[in-house]
Design a protein around this ligand. Structure first.
Ligand code: AOF
Ligand code: ZN
Length: 375
């Protein structure tokens, strides 16, 4: 085998940095996941990742772990280092103090306070700064889609989860949906709740299933995801499981101006946060709901049902990613519901198309991950 080129070596270390970053999946919000590797003479002398908001950044973790003097070494980091004073001091200072000679970065930091400032500072001090290749850039960006969308537009990333039959139904014509996907798929979907800031459902699902939408025991370190119910008339019963567990994991209800005042007051008294959104159509109200959630540092929303809400999100152009479990069964029936209702598009050419997809077999099901937008 021919020896690796410098570029190939750089990609390998950057990819390691991205893998390290992913160790903290679900625990860094509202901060990004970041990993760093410090390499001297082709040897890794230090590694680290950002474990949680308020904790040291990946760069400092990696420097602190070095088993020899990092002076003259190369630092590989999955996100552009920070130059600002936040909850922690700027990483560029730590990099300069340690005498790092070269910094290779996988992805940019889209927040206003970053915007490439670190590159200028480091170069001024004689540090070589380079961007890695497309492969590591893509992997690093995909990892931080919630952080990136939130930094750019102030709204959370919306991930639609759905479980359908081979003929694209999420329930039979009789309304039965338990269970379409297999046990492993359901466990996987359940685990996703621990990786997002909010889990959302429509009032229809809340009334029919009386779900909890929690990921108990899986989210001890990150704090339980907020449960968000889209309920324009504020009909969610105070006796529902959601409301009864409001003290354990926050519940936010999104309603419109037509919602009944006593209903809202009763929900608020039971510990539910009620957000009233206005707007001339459903799309505008949805976006404004997402703005409100973004303002509360919610960077990701897992949309769990049902087809009506999914349709509204699609019609508003606010679905960023779809995770669809397809089970090898056929339900048939004209009235059996599909995963996405709403208005839909007129022409095939207008249909949102995934920019990238992944396919995985889970038990007897197939999981398709489709990214419709990349931030
Ligand atoms: C992280 N971890 O490893 C890097 C980050 O409030 P602070 O001081 O923790 O700063 C958070 C910001 O720092 C974050 O939004 C991002 O722009 C930048 N880089 N953040 O949490 C890290 N490298
Ligand atoms: Zn930093």
């Amino acid at each position: 085998m021919p020896p690796l080129t410098r570029q190939e070596r750089d990609e390998r270390f950057l990819s390691r940095a991205v893998d390290l970053a992913a160790e903290a999946l679900g625990r860094t919000s509202p901060n990004p996941m970041v990993g760093a590797v410090i390499v001297k003479d082709d040897d890794t002398i230090g590694e680290g990742y950002h474990a949680a908001a308020g904790e040291p950044h990946a760069e400092r973790m990696a420097l602190a772990s070095c088993r020899e003097d990092p002076a003259g070494a190369t630092m590989y980091v999955s996100l552009e280092p920070c130059a600002h004073e936040g909850r922690t001091p700027p990483c560029v200072e730590a990099i300069l103090e340690a005498g790092i000679a070269r910094v290779v970065v996988a992805s940019d930091d889209p927040t206003g306070k970053a915007s490439g400032r670190a590159f200028g500072i480091l170069r001024d001090e004689g540090v070589r700064v380079e961007m890695g290749g497309n492969g590591s850039a893509q992997a690093a960006r995909i990892l931080n889609q919630p952080f990136r969308k939130h930094a750019r537009v102030g709204r959370p990333l919306v991930i639609l989860k759905s479980a359908m039959t081979l003929d694209g139904k999420v329930a039979t014509s009789g309304g039965d949906s338990k269970w379409i996907s297999g046990e492993e798929s359901r466990a996987r979907g359940h685990r996703w709740r621990a990786t997002v800031d909010a889990v959302a459902a429509g009032i229809g699902t809340a009334l029919t299933d009386d779900p909890m939408l929690t990921a108990w025991m899986l989210d001890e370190q990150g704090g339980a995801a907020r449960r968000v119910i889209f309920d324009s008339e504020a009909r969610l019963p105070v006796s529902s499981q959601l409301v009864r567990t409001a003290a354990e994991a926050p519940v936010t209800l999104i309603c419109g101006r037509a919602a009944s005042r006593p209903g809202i007051l009763a929900l608020e008294a039971a510990g539910v946060e009620v957000i009233m959104v206005a707007g001339e159509n459903e799309g505008a109200r949805l976006r404004s709901a997402l703005d409100e959630l973004g303002a509360r540092d919610v960077q990701s929303v897992l949309l769990e049902g049902g087809p009506h809400l999914a349709g509204a999100f699609f019609d508003a152009g606010e679905v960023d990613e779809v995770r669809a479990f397809v089970a090898p069964i056929v339900a048939g029936g004209r009235s059996a519901r599909p995963p996405v209702e709403g208005q839909g598009v007129e022409a095939v050419g207008e249909a949102p198309r995934a920019l990238s997809t992944d396919v995985e077999r889970i038990g007897e099901d197939v999981l398709i991950t489709a990214r419709l937008k990349e931030w």
